[in-house]
Design a binder for this molecule. Structure first.
Ligand code: HPA
Length: 386
């Protein structure tokens, strides 16, 4: 049976290209422009990419056709055809936490400066999820990834990198081997500065609430603590170290255990600000005054640090700078340029606020001296609820 041509097509053939596209409700393509200007698609592409190797008269003609047809380039399509999606994967344990939120925010800003956007993949500390997410990122649309606190081993990361997928580790959970670019805060010197601050105030029984065992942040901050204690001639006391999980509740439980010790610490160095807030809670539950009875130092300088009462003395991690550095390393890798500084450690600074003060015996010397005062405190501590 003979088919009748669509009336719209018949009319369209009689019209100018621009009107034809309008009628057919189809935006003009680079092919339409090339056909109309009588040049190849490659020539139009060269002109769109501002290349010099096109005769001025041809450029004029093509630009006139572009204007007439109302052609606009589909940037996503042209980026994709050049092997670029403009997307960068960002894996992180979670977003709802001041520490990770600040890093995420700074990463987004730094990516925008490079005309890149983030695809966030919270892993919820689940190793299986993390591995499959990385796999999916690598085989998906992203050009590379920033991995915050990844659980993957160095070998696993090297395998991903070996397949030509650029990645940068931000705040390594476990030590990353040579060949994988990483960015972290100067944890050892930061922890040493926090400890020296407490020593300088006269504290000798300094407890620590750490992060999870085996994490770089935990090991390095412990190393800084021990270095500073050794500098003051103090042997580390294992009873004064309680493991935390970087969460408020964990800090509260750990501090309750430390404060129930017969000879309880006069200061707690919490390995992050969440743990420090937990220590505040535990101390208040025992009726202790902060910082009169107990000094607390944190680590992070989170947004909450100046807002809690008393305002938290803490070690500032340069989170914005860390994020910018990670993105800068990644963009260099994406551009195919070599990265020389594979392990970047950015300086931390102690921020002294109101949660630290001299230990009680020094602040209010009791008649009979330190020993009697401490004995009295010990008895108090023994009757306190656990
Ligand atoms: N600070 C806060 N939370 C964290 C950190 C840290 O350094 N590392 C992992 N979680």
């Amino acid at each position: 049976m003979r088919e009748f041509p669509d009336l719209r097509d018949t009319v369209a053939r009689l019209l100018s290209p621009r009107m034809r596209n309008r009628l057919q409700r189809r935006p003009p393509t680079i092919r339409d422009v090339a056909r109309q200007a009588g040049v190849s698609v490659a020539t139009v592409s060269r002109i769109l990419n501002r290349r010099e190797d096109v005769a001025p008269a041809t450029r004029e003609r093509v630009l006139r056709v572009i204007r007439e047809q109302g052609y606009t380039r589909n940037r996503t399509a042209s980026a994709l055809s050049a092997g670029r999606s403009g997307l960068v994967g960002v894996t992180l344990p979670k977003i709802q936490s001041s520490y990770f939120a600040q890093l995420a925010d700074a990463i987004v800003d730094a990516l925008y400066e490079h005309d890149l956007r983030a695809v966030f993949c919270p892993t919820r500390h689940e190793r299986e999820l993390e591995l499959s997410l990385l796999e999916r990122l690598m085989h998906g649309m992203t050009e590379g990834a920033v991995l915050i606190l990844p659980s993957e081993s160095s070998a696993e990361l090297l395998a991903v990198q070996g397949q030509g997928y650029p990645l940068v580790v931000l705040d390594p959970k476990t030590p990353v081997g040579p060949g994988i670019p990483s960015v972290s805060a100067a944890n050892i010197t930061g922890a040493a500065a926090a400890t020296r601050h407490l020593l300088g105030l006269g504290h000798r029984r300094i407890a620590a609430i750490t992060g999870p065992a085996g994490w770089c942040a935990t090991d390095d901050r412990l190393a800084g603590l021990h270095t500073a204690l050794a500098g003051a001639g103090i042997e580390p006391d294992a009873a004064l170290v309680a493991e935390g999980d970087f969460e408020v509740a964990g800090g509260r439980n750990a501090a309750a255990r430390l404060l129930a010790l017969p000879d309880r610490p006069t200061a707690i160095f919490a390995f992050n600000d969440n743990l420090a807030v937990g220590a505040f809670q535990a101390a208040r539950e025992l009726g202790l005054e902060l910082p009169g009875d107990l000094s607390v130092v944190g680590f992070d300088d989170s947004e909450e640090a100046p807002l809690v009462t008393p305002a938290l003395t803490t070690v500032r991690q340069p989170l914005g700078e860390m994020a910018r550095m990670a993105v800068s390393l990644l963009t260099r890798l994406l551009a195919g340029r070599p990265v020389e500084a594979l392990r970047v450690e950015l300086a931390t600074t102690l921020v002294v606020r109101e949660s630290t003060a001299p230990p009680p015996a020094r602040r209010r010397p009791a008649a009979g001296g330190d020993a009697r005062r401490r004995r009295g405190r010990t008895q108090t501590a023994l009757v306190l609820p656990r």
